[in-house]
Write a protein that binds this ligand. Structure first.
Ligand SMILES: NC(=O)N[C@H]1NC(=O)NC1=O
Ligand SMILES: [Zn+2]
Ligand SMILES: [Zn+2]
Length: 499
């Protein structure tokens, strides 16, 4: 006995320390922590599954995170099928991909942060988002600052997150610095043609952008541009009522967007077949001017420029006429314009002149939104919307007869293509099982009793609205990360790196 004790004890303590060492170094969450479902092989069925071949009634087989089969109609008699989650009439759609979110982490996590932002995304049916390189601190403009970003995201994201790097004057002519950032895995670059509001993210001109495109061409990745150029203004807004939305609107006229688009088109011709930047792509973010700018973009596309454009739900939902004095929740840049412009934006979206949608979720802390004094000239510009983009697009788009397929194209398929996410954006065999389940007909009031996960709901312009389109469940790589107001316990989203 004594002998056994002396042989066994050291052995046991060795096993225990190896196990301890293993757990410390491999703290990978278990399946149960990542998913609210026990299985990793199951079927999702519904009468309305949105696939590239149309809306079908059938079932999607998910195995180890991927879609392994999609079957139509009569699957009930199929004995091979077990663990079925039947969503009845609810819509099963590819998870939404937001190519334009500011989660402000690291450095300004009190504005949003990865944990709350990605929980909000999951609750809104978004399965992937691409984080912007500014509003966090430091801005993501080098390999080193990108490493800080990845560190901040590690084990704190509830959906998959990719990253744009910043194109700024400091790196634009430094090819090896830009290549270092691209090699580290950013999915593309982002730049501003006007002041960004963030000190360590200065604006670029057409020369910087041309250089950026020539580097991006080698990596076949896009440049996203905030397209407004400051022009001389008539009058002096300082002398006008700062609580009036029209005062703010006059400080950023549509001509600023048009000037930027014209300038961009002097360099995007390089992206044509045979051009010096062939392989690069230019994407105009959050266009709000539905008039002249869109015609220019259409013409450039016709000439073979590799160019796309997005708009955001707030430009499709709101109009300048409706914004009350002092309600700075609606301040964003470019600004929300008149209702006739909104109609034209819808027309352009439905007609294919606008390629896709994004949230431009750009929150801050309530103090900087100046809700108390309602000063439009001082308030932070940015709309808080991440969790609501699906019901907002649907609620306001129904009037225009939008279809489920269009929603999937604007929010999943086209964004996946822009960001180079080959295995995302569609319910298709071989893709990741990134799926949103929602009830288009279910209405709800966005008030304090609604579960909201963004950090500062009070600054969201959508609070107080009645919307239709309730998200029931969200699957990321086959993990059920959100269901009826409940999230899976661990943050099992994956950082997406370009390779
Ligand atoms: N810095 C920043 O997020 N700015 C964004 N906010 C906004 O309304 N438009 C923007 O570009
Ligand atoms: Zn912007
Ligand atoms: Zn933005």
């Amino acid at each position: 006995m004594e002998f056994l004790k002396w042989r066994l004890l050291p052995l046991l303590s060795l096993v225990a320390s190896i196990a301890f060492f293993y757990i410390i170094n491999h703290p990978k969450p278990s399946h149960d922590e990542c998913s609210l479902l026990a299985h990793d092989h199951f079927w999702i069925s519904s009468k309305r599954i949105v696939t590239p071949k149309g809306v079908i009634s059938g079932a999607v087989e998910v195995k180890r995170g991927k879609i392994v089969s999609v079957i139509e109609e009569n699957w009930q008699g199929n004995t091979r099928i077990e663990h079925v989650i039947d969503y009845g009439e609810a819509v099963v759609m590819p998870g939404l991909i937001d190519v334009h979110s500011h989660l402000d982490d690291p450095g300004r996590a009190e504005w949003e942060g990865f944990p709350s932002g990605t929980r909000a995304a999951a609750a809104g049916g978004l399965t992937t988002l691409i984080d912007m390189p500014l509003n966090s601190f430091p801005s993501t403009v080098s390999k080193e600052t990108f490493e800080l970003k990845l560190k901040a995201a590690a084990k704190r994201i509830h959906v998959d997150v990719g990253f744009w790097g910043g194109l700024v004057p400091e790196n634009a002519f430094n090819r090896s610095a830009l290549e270092g950032l691209l090699k580290a895995g950013v999915l593309g670059l982002k730049s501003f043609m006007c002041p960004s509001g963030i000190n360590d993210f200065p604006m670029t001109n057409a020369n910087h952008i041309k250089e950026g495109l020539s580097v991006l061409a080698k990596y076949r990745r896009p440049l996203l541009v905030h397209a407004e150029i400051e022009q001389e203004l008539e009058g002096n807004s300082e002398l006008e009522d700062s609580r009036s939305y029209s005062t703010y609107l006059k400080t950023r006229p549509a001509s600023w967007e048009e000037a930027a688009v014209r300038e961009l088109l002097t360099v995007t011709n390089g992206t044509r077949t045979g051009g010096p930047a062939e392989g690069a792509h230019l994407h105009i973010v959050h266009l709000s001017n539905a008039r002249s700018s869109l015609d220019l973009i259409k013409e450039a596309k016709r000439s073979g420029d590799s160019i796309t454009v997005e708009t955001c739900p707030h430009y499709l939902a709101f109009s300048a006429e409706e914004i009350q004095d002092g309600d700075t929740r609606f301040k964003c840049a470019p600004p929300i314009r008149d209702s006739a412009n909104r109609e034209q934006l819808w027309e352009a979206l439905v007609g294919g002149k606008i390629d896709m949608l994004s949230s431009d979720h750009s929150p801050t802390v309530p103090e900087l939104k100046c809700l108390n004094d309602g000063n439009f000239l001082k308030a932070w510009g940015g709309i808080s919307s991440l969790q609501f983009v699906l019901p907002v697009t649907w609620s306001y788009g129904r009037k225009y007869g939008i279809s489920l397929e269009q929603l999937a194209s604007w929010w999943s398929e086209k964004p996946a293509k822009l960001a180079g996410l080959d295995l995302k954006g569609a319910i298709e065999i071989g893709n990741y099982a990134d799926i949103a389940v929602w009830e288009p007909e279910a209405e709800f009031d966005l008030n304090d009793s609604h579960p909201i996960y963004i950090k500062h709901p009070s600054i969201s312009a959508y609070m107080g609205s009645r919307l239709s389109g309730k998200v029931l469940a969200t699957y990321v790589r086959g993990n059920l990360v959100y269901k009826d107001g409940e999230h899976s316990t661990a943050a099992c989203g994956v950082p997406i790196l370009a390779s």
